[in-house]
Design a protein around this ligand. Structure first.
Ligand code: FES
Length: 189
């Protein structure tokens, strides 16, 4: 760290050492205050760090094994369990949501967020209709998540999620929630 020396003008000698001494003290107070702000700001950033780490949500979570999904494409509901963080706490291995998974091929899986995009209720799969029904305001969705009934109050179909089948058996889902009540699919941070 470099230091600089501040040279005061000599000024009017008649004002004597009293005024120069006062100015030196004032300057040292200002410099000392500024120097103290740096560690204070660093401490504040550290204190708020968990708030920044929250935005790291949305990674892949192992949800199920491929053999648990019926080959005929009927969706099955699974809880998504992962670590959850709020501003300053970490809760390991807790439910953070739910998804419907269905096979679309031997090694292909589709994932839908189980939350209705209208107002956030969980939808139910209705086998006889091969589709989803929201019990809150009767939005209806096809098995692939698309809106089935134009009278449904939901502004969009169920939210699809990114899926990976790893090692031929493990289903991993990039779990994410999206804003309710909007036609656009906008991720919630
Ligand atoms: S919350 Fe699903 S239709 Fe209203």
């Amino acid at each position: 760290m470099t230091t600089s020396t501040i040279t005061l003008p000599d000024g009017d000698p008649s004002q004597g050492p009293t005024r120069r001494g006062f100015l030196r003290k004032l300057l040292s107070l200002v410099c000392g205050g500024l120097a103290g702000l740096v560690p204070a700001a660093a401490g504040l950033v550290t204190f708020l760090d968990p708030l920044h780490r929250r935005s790291a949500a949305g990674g892949f979570v192992r949800v199920a094994s491929l053999e648990t999904l019926p080959a005929d494409g009927i969706p099955r509901k699974f809880a998504v369990v992962s670590d959850r963080r709020d501003a300053w706490n970490r809760f390991p291995h807790v439910p953070i949501g739910a998804v419907y998974l269905r096979r679309t091929g031997a090694q292909a899986v589709e994932a839908l967020n189980a939350v209705c995009p209208h107002a956030g209720c969980f939808v139910d799969y209705v086998p006889i209709q091969n589709g989803f029904l929201c019990p809150c305001h009767n939005s209806r969705f096809a098995a692939d998540g698309r809106l089935r009934d134009s009278r449904s109050p939901s502004p969009r179909g169920l939210d699809t999620l990114e899926v990976q089948v790893r090692d031929g058996t493990e289903i991993w889902v990039r779990f994410q929630n999206f804003r309710a009540g909007q036609a656009a699919k906008i991720a919630v941070a």
